[in-house]
Write a protein that binds this ligand. Structure first.
Ligand code: F6R
Length: 240
């Protein structure tokens, strides 16, 4: 695990975007794994800028998102489908038929199995970006007794619901379930970039970089991966 400490959020975003740009330039038909949440917004802004400057193209890219809420439609402005189009896909030349975000509108167990098959059929994820919850979750893999391998349906923990309430009118409006890639799905990506910013993430960044590798801090498992870059700003790195 390589830890890169940046001076602020913007530098963190540029560093992550540069890794994506290098991936796209060296393999234009890459399979990219995307995350939502506030942290990667700056990375997507940088990627849109690079696209508009003619430095990168998404035309042969296939994408897989980490997760999607259950119980809200894709048109809802809090869905991750909406987020990805709003922040990235609507501004670049990605082919919509190559965009994959868990479809939570039908049978969830079928979708979990199908999502794994689609990732495999695409050749696996070349580069996956993940944010981290303040409880250590990656995707929506919440702290628990064991690492869950494949794409699965999860019940969100109260701490996650409270953290995500800032995007909704109230905590009561936050969906309580989601479909998420499993820990194994994320670990099978050939390269992983974890981004974190702000002092609210300092405790968990210390725990996953220096603490025990345990499913109670799910992101700690990334220390077993052979190509992980943790990109943090100074505040998130303050307890390292
Ligand atoms: C989002 C996701 C989550 C977030 C995490 C951090 O697709 O899977 O794991 O990355 O909750 O969210 P922010 O960046 O909003 O602090």
């Amino acid at each position: 695990m390589v830890v890169k400490i940046c001076k602020d959020y913007d530098e963190m975003s540029r560093a992550a975007a540069n890794i994506f740009a290098a991936q796209i330039i060296t393999k234009p038909d890459s399979v990219l794994g995307f995350a939502t949440g506030s942290t990667p917004e700056g990375t997507y802004k940088e990627l849109v800028k690079m696209y508009k400057e003619g430095l990168i193209s998404f035309k042969d890219i296939t994408s897989f998102n980490l997760d999607e809420y259950v119980g809200i439609t894709r048109e809802n402005d809090q869905s991750y489908y909406y987020f990805m189009h709003h922040h990235l896909f609507d501004h670049v030349d990605i082919n919509e038929s190559n965009v994959n975000i868990p479809n939570t509108g039908g049978n969830l167990q079928d979708e979990c199995m199908d999502y794994e098959h689609r990732i495999k059929a695409a050749g696996g994820v070349d580069l996956q970006i993940v944010g981290i919850g303040n409880n250590g979750h990656i995707g929506f893999n919440e702290p628990c007794d064991n690492f869950v391998e494949n794409t699965n349906v999860v019940e969100l923990q109260q701490r996650t619901i409270e953290a995500n309430a800032r995007f909704f009118d109230s905590a009561d409006d936050v969906p309580t379930r989601a479909v998420t890639m499993g820990i194994g799905t994320i670990m099978r990506a050939r390269k992983v970039v974890l981004v974190a910013s702000g002092e609210g993430k300092a405790d968990i960044i210390r725990d996953i970089v220096k603490g025990k590798i345990t499913p109670m801090a799910p992101a700690s498992v990334l220390r077993f991966h052979n190509d992980v870059t943790v990109i943090v700003d100074k505040a998130a790195a303050s307890l390292l």
